[in-house]
Design a protein around this ligand. Structure first.
Ligand SMILES: Cc1cc2nc3c(=O)[nH]c(=O)nc-3n(C[C@H](O)[C@H](O)[C@H](O)COP(=O)(O)OP(=O)(O)OC[C@H]3O[C@@H](n4cnc5c(N)ncnc54)[C@H](O)[C@@H]3O)c2cc1C
Length: 937
């Protein structure tokens, strides 16, 4: 629980004031200096602020401490959380307030009309009693300012210290029913303030909205803003924090987008059934706060394909207007690095990604310099100039049409409530929400499916002080929680496949609202295949400026591709037997690869990625990333190596495999990507073809003077041997003389001890599961007996070998201009595929490649072993089946979905520009439907 006081929080409730603080500009600041509304608003309050608030409050309104009408009511969890500031002596640690206030049973005696606190549930077996009464007396034990308070007097409890405690409680926000309490220890005439605490009771928030949007991500922010701009009163719920909170600082920056992925305040790990580690956002702006920022728009033909194939309708004019709206607010062309980006662009052209189309936002055949969320002034890329989806909130005048937008951050929507209309159709009416937990734990699909019980940690407990917010008559609720959480939330609300809904209802009560068998079934993601090469130490440009897709390629491949096929293939006919698409992207520099490698763990096969041994290796590397002390000095060669990497990534543009998202009876998500499971084998074929292009790019000759050649001292060998050494130290043995030894001389050395203690930390946390560590469902630590150790040993050996002789001879021949039958070094304009692949064998590549690059089966094994989620989850509530062309959930009134879920087939390249567009587009459609004269451009 956060306890650091900070000023100015109490007045920050609604988005307008938040934006004024967080973004620096806003059209019409809406609210300042209103009292705090929720526990969350008190979290960072300082002692003087609490003091002032308490003085301003009073008992009154609809007090919910049980009266005679509500005997024995269970106030479940009320008062559980929030900031507690200790009194001057601070004899009771802050956490005690949680215990004292967590879960109480009151009893009101109908005869005497006296209310007592009968017990506090968390202290199992110990009944703590208190007398509960209202007072406005100037009692010395109390504050004594004559204001009415509710008092809990524990003197009847008979317990030594507790009987000397008195709690005095006042209401500080009658609309949201927020109470603030002071706890005193009364010792004769002396009164010591022990703690402040807050209570928030389950209640209906009286204020109503025209639209409630759940999820402030790529689609949700633009949607909420545009609905408000249309003149509606809109409330947007985001479970995560504002993007500007200090603890989020290392989110998406040009210095390293992957870093945000192991920050639980921004991102949540989702382990799929295939043991792939993917991530979903937990911060305002959604995935765009974590992403590589690559913005590519789909072309009209893609939307026509969706129309043809799924019987839906798109308004092309509106789509283009919506695309332009997003573009103007969020992006510039991706910056470039003269030496490297140009080489990559030329290499792309040499392996067939032609023509070079220059700067482009549309997905085009050939190679393009795409747009990006990173701001680029044509000179230098700056780490501080990133943009995100919530930037769309910054422009425009919401009040022009009488609209207003409230953003509630750190509030998780737990359920949607429905009412029945006269014709028996359910109508979405309200959302039930609560304060978000401090930290989100990883989703473990395998453990959830097995029903493995895991006691939630305090930090992840969703507070029980639920509230309800409803829409006005005719109002609408929108789900924009992303392709994984949108169906999960629906299933928890009684909507979804019958088998799933029935089991949730049987366990948790409530009722089935609507059976929709297709919900969650069409979800798909991409599996990207990585190839990392390393810059030579003699780089002409210092500092390796980072680039994310400074060039991107899209191309058609296959024996049966027709020259006159036109720009866009019929996506329904794409197959390995006819003609398909492949693509290529690059990232390099700063921490671009660092965060990505450790958060996905892609260099290990999926079955190893969540084993405790890998948790340990990752934990050591992450701890040492920013450690400037000498402690981690032995690891600096590894760290430097990874920072010298450039990743060439290939992925499948038209994914045909399908996964599933569902929930267990407790609502725990179970996610599967279904990677490479399509019947025709298209996806794996495509991944292998794309991998071959990555290899050909490496071997194109464009990187000969730039990238490391393979040797026992090159980076892959150093990294793998270094990880092996860590393993050996962790097993309490001094390192064997490996090629690259970390060589601590004795167990007393600080590095040795650091490694040991990290191992112990990982082992201790494996049952409670932290953001980086595995779950209890995974195997035990096996140390050197672990398959991870064996795997590392094999791969380290492979990486340490010299390149095969024929390739070396050819390379030497090139260097000395000896004419050999190979076009890779003699300037031939049409290099052969095989020659480029052969030449690639010279390079230090990570993860280590199979020995035979011409064996497609071996390449397929490599693709499966090192592929990982590219976070493009799409299609779990597709248009055509689950929602109609207007984003309305079929068979339910007043309920819409607008996010990645609704696209039945994901777009061919990077998806987020399309999903950002969808938010604006949906609001524009509503505006048109409403018959308003103008929709906003
Ligand atoms: C690491 C990473 C890199 C990526 N790189 C790129 C890239 O370079 N280019 C690209 O095109 N795409 C990229 N993507 C993908 C892209 O960001 C996503 O496809 C996109 O953000 C999905 O949009 P969405 O609106 O469906 O969901 P999201 O953007 O994920 O938004 C959903 C929001 O809902 C909130 N939420 C969920 N449940 C609740 C609840 N119950 N109550 C309240 N709020 C809730 C979440 O916190 C989140 O903010 C990347 C994604 C990641 C994670």
């Amino acid at each position: 629980m956060a306890t650091s006081p900070s000023a100015g929080v109490l007045s920050v409730i609604l988005v307008a004031s938040c934006l004024a603080t967080c973004f620096g500009q806003i059209g019409t600041p809406e609210v300042v200096n209103r009292p705090p509304a929720h526990l969350e608003d008190l979290r960072d309050a300082s002692r003087p602020q609490l003091e002032e608030l308490f003085a301003s409050g009073a008992a009154g309104g609809s007090i919910r401490i049980p009266s005679t009408e509500q005997p024995g009511e269970l106030l479940k969890g009320a008062g559980l959380p929030t900031l507690v500031v200790c009194g001057p002596a601070c004899p009771i640690p802050t956490q005690v307030a949680r215990i004292v206030w967590g879960g109480k049973v009151f009893y009101s005696d109908p005869e005497t009309k006296r209310t007592t606190l009968e017990s506090i549930l968390l202290l199992v077996g110990t009944a703590i009693q208190a007398e509960v009464y209202n007072t406005n007396e100037t009692v010395t034990a109390l504050r004594g300012d004559g204001k009415p308070s509710v008092v809990l007097d524990y003197s009847i409890s008979g317990l030594p210290v507790i009987s000397k405690v008195i709690d005095e409680i006042r209401m500080i926000n009658p609309i949201t029913q927020l109470w603030l309490g002071e706890s005193y220890l009364v010792l004769g005439a002396t009164k010591i303030l022990l703690a402040y605490f807050a209570l928030e009771f389950p209640t209906l928030v009286e204020e109503k909205f025209d639209h409630i949007v759940i999820g402030g991500g790529a689609s949700g922010t633009g949607l909420a803003f545009s609905l408000a701009e249309n003149g509606h009163k809109v409330c947007l719920y985001e479970r995560g924090d504002l993007r500007s909170k200090p603890k989020n600082f290392e989110g998406q920056t040009i210095e390293g987008f992957g870093l945000g992925l192991y920050n639980p305040h921004m991102s949540q790990v989702v382990k799929t059934k295939e043991k792939i580690r993917t991530h979903v956002a937990n911060v305002l702006s959604g995935g765009t706060a974590l992403s590589a920022g690559i913005q590519i728009e789909e072309r009209d033909e893609y939307f026509r394909f969706l129309e043809r194939e799924y019987g839906v309708h798109f308004d092309e004019e509106l789509i283009n207007k919506a695309f332009n709206w997003v573009k103007e607010r969020t992006n510039d062309p991706m910056g470039q690095d003269a030496m490297y980006s140009d080489a990559f662009r030329q290499a792309l052209t040499m392996v067939g990604f032609a023509p070079d189309l220059g700067t482009q936002r549309k997905a085009e055949m050939g190679s393009i310099n795409p747009f990006s969320l990173f701001k680029y002034d044509g000179d230098k890329l700056s780490p501080d100039r990133e943009r995100r989806a919530s930037d769309v909130l910054l422009k425009g005048d919401l009040s022009a049409n009488g609209g207003a937008l409230t953003v509630r951050y750190r509030q998780t929507v737990l359920k949607i409530e429905f009412e029945e209309t006269a014709d028996g159709v359910p109508k979405a009416a309200c959302v039930v929400f609560g304060d978000s937990p401090d930290e989100l734990m990883p989703v473990d699909s395998i453990a959830n499916e097995r029903g493995t019980e895991r006691e939630p940690r305090d930090t992840e407990r969703v507070m029980n002080s639920f509230k309800k917010l409803c829409v006005n008559p005719g109002g609408e609720i929108w789900l924009s929680a992303g392709s994984i959480y949108t169906p999960v939330l629906l299933m928890k609300s009684g909507v979804g496949p019958k088998a799933v809904v029935d089991k949730v209802v049987a366990k948790n009560g409530g009722k089935a609202v609507k059976y929709i068998e297709e919900l969650g079934k069409n979800i798909h993601d991409r599996n990207f295949v990585p190839l990392v090469v390393f810059f030579d130490k003699d780089l002409p440009e210092p500092g390796l400026p980072a680039t994310y897709a400074s060039y991107s390629g899209l191309q058609r491949v296959g024996d049966n591709c027709q020259a006159d096929q036109g720009e866009m293939l019929d996506l329904s006919a794409v197959s390995k037997d006819s003609c398909t698409y492949i693509n290529q992207e690059e990232v390099k520099g700063a921490d671009s690869l660092w965060g990505l490698l450790w958060s996905t763990r892609l260099f290990f096969p999926p079955e190893f990625r969540s084993l405790p041994e890998v948790d340990f290796l990752v934990e050591v590397m992450i701890s040492c990333n920013n450690d400037s002390s000498l402690l981690c000095a032995p690891l600096s060669p590894l760290i430097e190596c990874i920072k010298k990497g450039a990743g060439f990534f290939a992925f499948v543009p038209v994914v045909q495999s399908r996964g599933e998202v569902t929930v267990n009876e407790d609502g725990g998500p179970i996610v599967s990507g279904g990677y490479y499971t399509d019947h025709g084998g298209h996806d794996l074929y495509t991944a292998v073809e794309a991998l071959k292009r990555s290899l050909r790019i490496v071997g194109s000759g464009m990187f000969d003077d730039m990238m490391q050649k393979r040797s026992p001292l090159s980076c892959p060998a150093q990294v793998l041997n270094g990880l092996l050494d860590l393993f050996l130290i962790a097993a309490r043995r001094l390192p064997l003389p490996s090629t690259y030894a970390l060589t601590p001389q004795s167990p007393q050395e600080p590095f040795y001890q650091f490694v040991q203690s990290t191992r112990d930390k990982v082992l201790n946390s494996s049952s409670s599961s932290s953001s980086t560590s595995s779950s209890a469902a995974e195997a035990e630590w096996q140390g050197e007996g672990s398959p991870v150790f064996q795997w590392l040993r094999e791969k380290a050996q492979l990486a340490s070998e010299l390149p095969p002789l024929p390739a070396r001879v050819r390379d030497l021949a090139c260097q000395h201009h000896i004419p050999l039958a190979g076009p890779w070094c003699n300037g031939d304009a049409q290099p052969k595929d095989k020659a480029q692949m052969e030449h690639a064998k010279q390079f230090a590549i990570f993860p280590p490649l199979p020995v035979d690059l011409f064996d497609d089966k071996a390449l397929a094994t490599f693709a499966k072993a090192h592929g990982t989620s590219i976070w493009h989850w799409t299609g779990s509530a597709p248009m055509g089946t689950v929602v109609d062309s207007q984003f309305r959930v079929k068979g339910i009134d007043g309920l819409n979905i607008c996010d990645a879920s609704v696209f039945p087939q994901m777009s061919r390249m990077n998806v987020q520009a399309d999903y950002m567009m969808a938010g604006r587009y949906a609001a524009m459609m509503r505006q048109q439907e409403g018959g308003d004269a103008e929709h906003p451009d």
